[in-house]
Design a protein. Structure first.
Length: 591
């Protein structure tokens, strides 16, 4: 046995947990889609699809995964002692099952199809872990307790799924708890309720499968075979993977004495081979890859979507709980960033500029102060265009596409709040509704290590977990890191506020074109910055600030076409201008 194979064998023993199938209640159908370990050839080519299993706490997610799984990984099925004691999942669990490659994808260069199941915790206090797990999934299973229907975390999981998953399947679990004589009626009733909720999402046409994952007594699971068949039918080819340098989401890290440290996780993009060098970005440490495995099989190369264990040497596992491994020099650390964002429609509160939110990027959650800004009125479209653009952005995220470049040449309008899709907008621009693109400037309390185009979710996780409302406020994607403490970088961001000042015409000089105005500017204001700016009289006549008048703060305004005879009906005069928010332009006044 070679040293590498020895490490692989040791890694398997420590990483994969107990061998063999999960004990099943009842006989196995001879036509079962669920294959036992060892049925597939050791060297077979496997198409891997990552399936996130999400839902409200105690909806039966782990029982469902146990009914499907035939290969256990390092963190499978609530081995955490606290999880077992409390009866709920406290961490991400990973397991898998394989099926023969279905006929409709038989033209692909694979021998079998593997579903890697990511069992996410359902408890509200563990939302950070849920979001971290969701970032690696291709298909989402939303588990609903049929005896309770839609609950708070059900809605939050639906939001996370829209942002991160390409497809969704709903499982109506615990149907065995319904009386047999009313079961079909109750199932159809909940299906109709869910259909109304899903009508407003990109999953409007998803399938709903009734299941009893863990019936009482010695009864076998119900509906699991149908669920496996439906999952198989949903796979039309290899899931879309991001191109780019190698990026690996680490979810567990542990040592094997005498061999090295094992990093288990999922490849988000790119590929990695044995003997390549990878970097742990938040540690700024680089290590050579000694060996790799994917579900008990040695691997020379891993690529986008693969779940794997990577063995490196001289790395202290105590420094890593979760995080990223990447191609050296490709993942930066920054304390400020710009992101395009959308408000989550299930969030009932207002999302205000200069407020703090918990921002989750991958497995990292940090506090950030947010400031929102938008396209100016002339760049906005119609309501229909706004809705279509929102759906395109959701699709963009779930397909793991890189972010569009942010244009620093454009000017942007500061917004006091983040507007929801087509909601009434009391914005400083005066628009009755907002139909344009929105961005956030994020200033993190502590430095964040993340890809420059990472997906993010903003939330108020300090809200009482018993609160019956969605805590997820906005989602989006990073488009550019920025350091506001650097004057040159700050000056690149052209965000402005509209300012308005109102004065009164005291009198008009004999020429009928020159007016003396008071209260337009405060006494003591440096008037030089305002000279030459345009103003509008109450009757609509345009004028220009010409000079100061006296020492009491009055100004002289010149109206080229005259004020007209009706100026006394409304003696007000208004000055509207832009005030930029960052860099050297902060004190510059323009129109």
């Amino acid at each position: 046995m070679t040293p590498d194979s020895a490490v692989s064998s040791s890694a398997t023993a420590a990483a994969q947990g107990p061998r063999g199938t999960i004990p099943r209640r009842g006989p196995r159908s001879p036509r079962s889609l669920l294959a036992s370990p060892g049925v597939m050839a050791e060297g077979s080519r496997c198409l891997n699809v990552n399936v996130g299993v999400l839902g409200h706490v105690d909806s039966g997610k782990t029982s469902l995964v146990a009914s499907l799984s035939s290969i256990l990984s390092t963190a499978a099925l609530d081995k955490n002692p606290q999880s077992q004691a409390r009866g709920i999942t406290l961490d991400l669990g990973f397991s898998a099952f394989k099926v023969p490659l279905p006929q409709h994808v038989s033209h692909l260069p694979f021998d079998n199809l593997q579903f890697t199941l990511v069992d996410c915790p359902g408890h509200a206090s563990l939302i950070r872990t849920i979001i971290g797990g969701a970032n690696i999934m291709d298909i989402m299973i939303l588990v609903v307790d049929i005896t309770k229907g839609i609950q708070v975390q059900t809605a939050e999981c639906l939001v996370i799924g829209e942002v991160t998953a390409q497809q969704m399947l709903v499982v109506l679990n615990k149907i065995d708890l319904l009386p047999a004589e009313t079961r079909d009626r109750a199932i159809n009733k909940l299906k109709k309720r869910l259909a109304k909720t899903l009508k407003l999402t990109k999953f409007w046409d998803c399938k709903m499968i009734p299941v009893a994952a863990k019936p009482g007594g010695n009864n076998p699971a119900v509906g699991v075979e149908e669920l496996a068949s439906e999952l198989t039918a949903m796979v039309q080819g290899p899931p879309v993977r991001r191109s780019g340098p190698f990026l690996f989401a680490i979810d567990h890290c542990f040592p094997i004495k005498g061999h090295g440290t094992i990093l288990t996780g999922t490849v988000l993009q790119g590929e990695l081979s044995v003997n390549n060098v990878l970097e742990i970005p938040h540690l700024k440490e680089k290590r050579k890859v000694k060996s790799m495995q994917m579900f008990k099989q040695n691997a020379l190369k891993i690529q986008g979507g693969d779940r794997a264990g990577v063995c490196v040497t001289n790395l202290d596992p105590a420094k890593i709980e979760r995080g990223l491994a990447a191609a050296p020099g490709t993942v930066p650390t920054f304390q400020g960033a710009i992101a395009w964002v959308d408000k989550i429609r299930f969030y009932s509160g207002s999302v205000k500029s200069k407020s703090k939110f918990h921002v989750t990027v991958g497995h990292s959650t940090v506090m950030a102060t947010v400031r929102f800004f938008s396209t100016v009125a002339g760049a906005m479209g119609s309501e229909e265009e706004a809705v279509n653009a929102l759906l395109q952005r959701l699709s963009h995220l779930s397909l793991k596409k890189p972010s569009d470049k942010f244009c620093f040449e454009n000017e942007y309008l500061h917004e006091e709040v983040l507007h929801g899709p087509c909601e009434e907008a009391a914005s400083s621009s005066g628009q009755p509704k907002y139909f344009g693109q929105q961005w956030a400037l994020l200033q993190f309390d502590v430095p964040l290590t993340a890809p420059k185009d990472a997906v993010l979710i903003g939330a108020r996780l300090d809200t009482d977990v018993q609160c019956a409302s969605c805590r997820l406020a906005f989602y989006g994607q990073l488009v550019a890191p920025i350091d506001l403490s650097n004057p040159d970088e700050a000056a690149k961001l052209k965000v402005f506020k509209w300012k308005e000042k109102t004065g009164v015409i005291d009198r008009v000089q004999p020429d009928g074109k020159t007016a003396i105005c008071r209260n337009l500017l405060k006494k003591g204001t440096d008037l030089r910055a305002f000279m030459g700016l345009k103003v509008v009289a109450g009757n609509g006549s345009p004028g220009v600030l010409e000079s100061t008048f006296g020492t009491t703060g009055k100004v002289k305004v010149f109206f080229q076409a005259g004020l007209g005879r009706n100026w006394q009906e409304d003696k007000t005069v208004k000055l509207v201008f832009k005030r930029f928010q960052f860099g050297a332009d902060k004190k510059r006044i323009v129109q």
